[in-house]
Design a protein around this ligand. Structure first.
Ligand code: 16Z
Length: 458
């Protein structure tokens, strides 16, 4: 046990109602929208390879020549005439998202809210209006919780440094730290309904060296907003360790390391709350007019969602609206397809978590109370879903299709050396589905609970 002043201040999951609500979301929407959405990964008819929201930082073959000046003046033409936050919120509601993470400021430093601490904000664009407020209000109105994405790294600020290597760096970075704190307190004060902050741009040495400052700032923010949810990306500990501190204890309220990546087993989760944030194309978060490479299908994304919930995490799908405020057709049709699936099957997602069951090839288990949800992606040729109930002596009581409650047969599949308490859930051969489907399997009360209950009665 290494003694830390600025390591994690809590071990184990948060148990308060606000965090429990976060845990039950299942599905979220990420929105990356900013000045980078104007070029959309290209310029003057040419497209570039890197991540579109990073285009300001690219150079050489990945960006137009002497691009910085042009980029830094783009805000003067930012006028998203097609933007309608209510339409976005409606679409997210129909998709089944329970929370949204919205980019208030990405690495380029442009603020989508009228910050008092810099001129580089929405207030100084032809659009003028407070986009963060429009998004917060529209999403809250349809019952979707809002989380604010904030990049600490800010390429537009004179005080930003990648590392602190001289007294000059140190003086500059002190002004940057003051600016960052001012903006964060401004966001929390201006948008009190925001439930949390999703931090990014915190990997550079300059910030990693600010263990004390960041720790105090986190405490100040949590005091200002009791219940505030902050992930493991915000700050590093006394020895520069991020996500988990030098004693292996997770920093923040949930693990934020699963970016375009998913845990493969419950062991990978280490008992943490976590979210996976995922792009629809390969590595593109901001609008890119020319998606290259593989674009995930609705069913790739549904499988990732179900896998996330089966491992007690949330799954967040990224949308990148264009410079005019339109959500592109590919994203709209994916949202619709996922929404249709969620309308039928969201009981297997919302409020569910990992089931202590052996992973089977046909798909995933999620659980809520004594109900197991079997989401089938790979239907066995013999129509028998193998289920091995880990809780000793607990038997299944009934099984049925979630969609229409029609019962399905449960066969005792006997015992052998490796496993017992094995059952086949038999899907009727005549049942045809071209989409993943859910079978509900209800379990008896667990013996341990039952025994405890009986003893309690004496
Ligand atoms: C260095 O690799 C990175 C760095 C930052 C990112 C940023 C993306 O721009 C997006 O905002 C994502 C959530 N974030 C981790 C992605 C990959």
């Amino acid at each position: 046990q290494i003694s830390l002043k600025h390591g994690s201040h809590r071990s184990g999951k948060r148990t308060d109602a606000t965090m429990q609500r976060w845990r039950e979301y299942g599905l979220g929407q990420f929105i990356h929208w900013g000045i980078y959405s104007i070029p959309g990964g290209g310029w003057d008819g040419k497209t570039y390879g890197g991540a579109a929201e990073w285009i300001r930082s690219w150079s050489g073959k990945d960006a137009p020549n002497d691009w910085r000046k042009t980029y830094d003046n783009l805000y003067k033409q930012f006028n998203p005439v097609d933007f309608n936050a209510n339409k976005w919120a409606e679409q997210a509601k129909n998709m089944g998202a329970k929370y949204v993470i919205f980019t208030t400021k990405h690495h380029d430093g442009f603020c989508m809210w009228p910050s008092k601490y810099t001129e580089y904000t929405i207030a100084n664009t032809p659009y003028k209006k407070d986009i963060v407020k429009e998004v917060v209000d529209a999403y809250n109105k349809v019952g979707i919780d809002v989380y604010l994405y904030f990049s600490v790294m800010d390429w537009s600020h004179q005080g930003w440094r990648y590392d602190i290597k001289s007294p000059e760096d140190s003086i500059a970075f002190e002004s940057f730290k003051k600016f960052t704190r001012n903006q964060l307190l401004e966001l929390l004060t201006s948008y009190p309904s925001a439930k949390g902050l999703w931090f990014d741009g915190t990997w550079d040495k300059s910030w990693v060296k600010q263990a004390e400052f960041a720790d105090e700032l986190e405490t100040e923010m949590r005091t200002l907003r009791p219940g505030l949810i902050i992930g493991s990306r915000f700050r590093a500990d006394d020895f520069g360790k991020r996500h988990v501190d030098s004693n292996g204890v997770m920093m923040g309220d949930y693990e934020q390391g699963w970016e375009r990546n998913l845990p493969n087993s419950i062991e990978d989760v280490h008992g943490h709350d976590w979210d996976c944030v995922m792009t629809i194309p390969d590595n593109q978060w901001g609008y890119n007019s020319h998606w290259k490479g593989y674009v995930k299908t609705p069913y790739n994304l549904i499988e990732m969602l179900v896998k996330s919930v089966s491992l007690s995490g949330n799954f967040v799908i990224n949308f990148g609206p264009d410079g005019k405020g339109n959500i592109r057709q590919e994203e709209t049709s994916i949202a619709k397809e996922i929404g249709d699936w969620m309308k039928t099957n969201n009981e297997a997602i919302y409020g569910c978590s990992h089931a202590d069951m052996k992973k089977q090839d046909w798909g995933y288990f999620t659980q809520k109370g004594r109900k197991l949800y079997l989401t089938v992606f790979n239907r066995p040729i013999n129509n028998c879903l193998n289920v091995e109930i880990s809780e000793k002596g607990v038997k299944p009581t009934k099984a049925y299709f979630l969609a229409n409650k029609l019962p399905v047969a449960i066969q005792d599949a006997g015992k052998n050396k490796q496993n017992n308490n094995l059952y086949n859930i038999v899907i009727p051969a005549k049942y045809i589905s071209d989409k993943p489907f859910v079978i509900v399997l209800e379990l008896e009360e667990s013996q341990t609970n039952e025994k405890a209950y009986q003893q309690a009665r004496t």
